[in-house]
Design a protein. Structure first.
Length: 270
């Protein structure tokens, strides 16, 4: 009888240990999934190089447009803010360090701090733009209620056109098209900058991975000429597409979808 009890106890211990290891592994994997993109932004020279490359290309395109512009043409650029001009990787890093998920209250706290530094090369680029007589409009999906705190951040960064007339923030709908149209009604938009393809056109809004690929291919001549993309591996519409735009997924459910969306070499070409 004692031998049977000992075997049973050992089995229970083994199952419990296995379960504990599984939970720890799942948590570690989820943390890695979130941590690596943040580390890419904060520690990789490659990220900085991509940012400088984007702004250098934007300058070249604007110089060409200035040469071709008719006298008296009012030119403007439209740029996103988060992960295009301002680096918010510190907000997600804080979430990871504190072992918490993204949450609106934590994001609001970060915004109110008005502490976001520039994306590498952004400030110098925007001053160059302003020096050429081109106006800058900041179209962001930060809420209208966050304009004051964001304006404080822009002023700290000494950005040109840091005023409410040039800040078009989200009131209701997340689509930026109406706000882009507002700028286009008064200016010729020479260039658009963003980290999310929704920053450029409605063609990417809510689309599947395949639909977003098709829209990207259709606009192939605009990338690097009219649309300038900044790197953002932390979040974006691309992530929502991986999860089929489903809300409230558990971490294991997200992990399963990530695996399903990947293609190994055995499936390549099938």
């Amino acid at each position: 009888m004692k031998k049977i009890l000992a075997i049973a106890a050992a089995a229970i211990f083994t199952v419990g240990l296995t379960t504990q290891c599984t939970v720890t592994e799942t948590t570690d994997v989820q943390t890695d999934v979130r941590a690596y993109p943040v580390l890419f932004h904060q520690t990789s020279a490659e990220y900085r190089a991509l940012c400088y490359q984007a702004f250098n290309l934007a300058k070249l395109q604007l110089e060409l447009k200035l040469e071709k512009a008719a006298p008296g043409t009012k030119l403007a650029i439209v740029t996103d803010l988060d992960e295009t001009i301002m680096d918010n990787s510190f907000s997600e890093a804080e979430n990871i360090i504190l072992n918490r998920e993204y949450n609106p209250d934590g994001w609001a706290e970060w915004v109110e701090m008005a502490a976001a530094p520039e994306v590498p090369g952004a400030v110098e680029f925007l001053h160059w733009v302003a020096g050429k007589g081109i106006e800058v409009f900041y179209i962001s999906n930060r809420r209208v209620s966050q304009v004051d705190a964001t304006l404080e951040n822009l002023v700290k960064l000494n950005l040109p056109y840091a005023d409410k007339d040039h800040m078009l923030f989200r009131a209701e709908e997340s689509s930026k098209q109406a706000r882009r149209n507002t700028v286009a009604s008064k200016f010729e938009i020479a260039l658009l900058l963003g980290d999310n393809l929704n920053d450029f056109t409605t063609a990417f809004e809510g689309g599947t991975i395949e639909e977003r690929f098709a829209a990207t291919d259709s606009a192939r001549n605009d990338w690097g000429t009219r649309f300038i993309v900044l790197p953002n591996a932390i979040y974006g519409e691309w992530e929502s597409a991986i999860y089929d735009y489903k809300k409230g997924l558990t971490n294991p459910e997200k992990a399963q979808l990530r695996k399903e969306k990947m293609t190994g070499y055995e499936k390549l070409g099938k």
